[in-house]
Ligand binder design. Structure first.
Ligand code: NAI
Length: 297
C-alpha cells in the first residue's frame, strides 16, 4: 500500500476521500487550514510552499498519489476573488508541480484533482481570467475578475479557476514527465454535492433559490461518500489508462445544458494543427505502442 496526500481533507469530499484511501490500506497525509497533518493557508504562496515542503519531508520524497480537493465556493463578493483563484487554481497546481518528482519516484502515482461542472455550466466566464491563470499571472487574474463587481466576480472566479485547473491537468497529464513517469492526472468534476461548502451557500436565501433552480436530472444532490468511491477507483491500478480524463459526476446537469457540445468533431479549421501534432508525436515516439506493462521496459 502507498502514501497518498489529500488536500482539503478536513471536510466534505476531501475528508471522504481520505477516509476511503485509508480504508484501502494507504497511509494518508492530510493538508488543510485546520485539522490536518500539515495545517497551512493555501491561499498564500508561502502556505503552499510550506505544504509542498512538509509533505515531501513526511513522505520521505516518495508519493504514490495525491488528491487535490481543497477549494472555496463562488461566494463572498469581489473581496473573495483572490482567495477563490489562489486556493482553487494555485493551491492545486503549485503543489502538484512541487510534488511531481516524488510522484515520479514510485513509477505509478495516481492523482485526482477536483474540478467542477461549473466549468461548463456557469455562463460567459471570461476567457481572459482563464488565460491569466494558465500563464501564472495571479495579479492580472484578480484585477480582471474584480472588474465584474460583487455579484458576478465570485462565480466568474470560481468557474475560471476550475476551467484553468482542468486545462492545466489535461495539458500536463499527457507529457513525458507526467504520463511517461507513470503519473496519472485526472479530474473529477462534481455537480452540487451536499458538503459544508454547498450547505454554506444554501444557508443564504438568495443563493439557495439559485441553487434549487439549477437542474439536476437525477433529482438529488450528490453525496461526498459517492464521490470518494470514484476518487478511490482512480487511485487504483484499474485506472491505469485514465490520463487527462475529466469525469463529470453531476446528476446530469452538464448533459442537460450541453448535450451536443461534446463530443464534437475536429473542425475543418483545426485539421492542420491536428496533423502537425500527430507528426510531432510520431517523430518523438518512433516505436509502436506496446502492450500494457511493456511500455516502461
Ligand atoms: P468543503 O468546504 O467541505 O471542503 C473544502 C476543504 O478545503 C475544507 O476542509 C477547507 O478547510 C479547505 N480549504 C479551503 N480553503 C483553504 C485554504 N485557504 N487553505 C487550506 N485549506 C483550505 O468543500 P467540498 O464541497 O468538499 O469541496 C471539495 C472540492 O470540490 C473543492 O475543490 C470544490 O471546489 C469542489 N466542488 C464542490 C462542489 C460541491 O457542490 N460541494 C461542486 C463542484 C466542485
Amino acid at each position: 500500500m502507498g502514501t497518498f496526500v489529500v488536500t482539503g481533507a478536513a471536510s466534505g469530499m476531501g475528508a471522504a476521500s481520505a477516509a476511503r484511501l485509508r480504508e484501502a490500506g494507504h497511509h494518508v497525509l492530510t493538508v488543510d487550514q485546520r485539522d490536518a497533518d500539515v495545517v497551512v493557508d493555501l491561499a498564500a504562496p508561502s502556505g503552499r510552499a510550506r505544504a509542498a515542503a512538509e509533505v515531501l519531508d513526511r513522505a520521505a520524497g516518495r508519493l504514490d498519489g495525491a488528491v487535490l480537493a481543497a477549494g472555496v465556493g463562488p461566494t463572498g463578493g469581489k473581496a473573495r476573488v483572490r482567495t477563490i483563484l489562489e486556493v482553487n487554481y494555485f493551491g492545486a497546481v503549485d503543489l502538484l508541480t512541487a510534488w511531481r518528482p516524488a510522484l515520479a519516484a514510485g513509477g505509478h502515482a495516481r492523482c485526482v484533482v477536483f474540478g467542477s461542472n461549473s466549468t461548463t455550466t456557469i455562463p460567459a466566464v471570461p476567457t481572459a481570467i482563464v488565460d491569466a491563470l494558465l500563464r501564472g499571472r495571479a495579479e492580472r487574474a484578480v484585477a480582471i475578475t474584480t472588474c465584474f463587481g460583487n455579484l458576478a466576480a465570485p462565480p466568474f472566479a470560481y468557474g475560471a479557476s476550475k476551467i484553468a485547473l482542468t486545462r492545466w491537468v489535461r495539458r500536463h497529464a499527457v507529457l513525458p514527465r507526467w504520463a511517461g513517469a507513470g503519473i496519472r492526472l485526472n479530474v473529477i468534476a462534481p455537480g452540487a454535492v451536499l458538503t459544508p461548502l454547498l450547505e454554506g451557500q444554501l444557508a443564504t436565501p438568495a443563493e439557495r433559490a439559485q441553487i434549487e433552480a439549477f437542474p439536476i436530472p437525477v433529482g438529488h444532490y450528490g453525496d461526498p461518500d459517492e464521490i470518494s468511491r470514484w476518487v478511490a477507483f482512480l487511485c487504483t491500478d484499474a485506472a491505469e489508462s485514465a490520463c487527462g480524463a475529466v469525469i463529470v459526476i453531476d446528476g446530469g446537469t452538464d448533459a442537460y445544458y450541453r448535450a451536443d457540445d461534446w463530443p464534437t468533431t475536429v473542425p475543418l479549421t483545426g485539421v492542420a494543427a491536428y496533423v502537425r501534432r500527430t507528426r510531432r508525436w510520431r517523430d518523438r515516439h518512433p516505436g509502436k505502442q506496446a502492450a500494457r506493462g511493456a511500455a516502461s521496459q
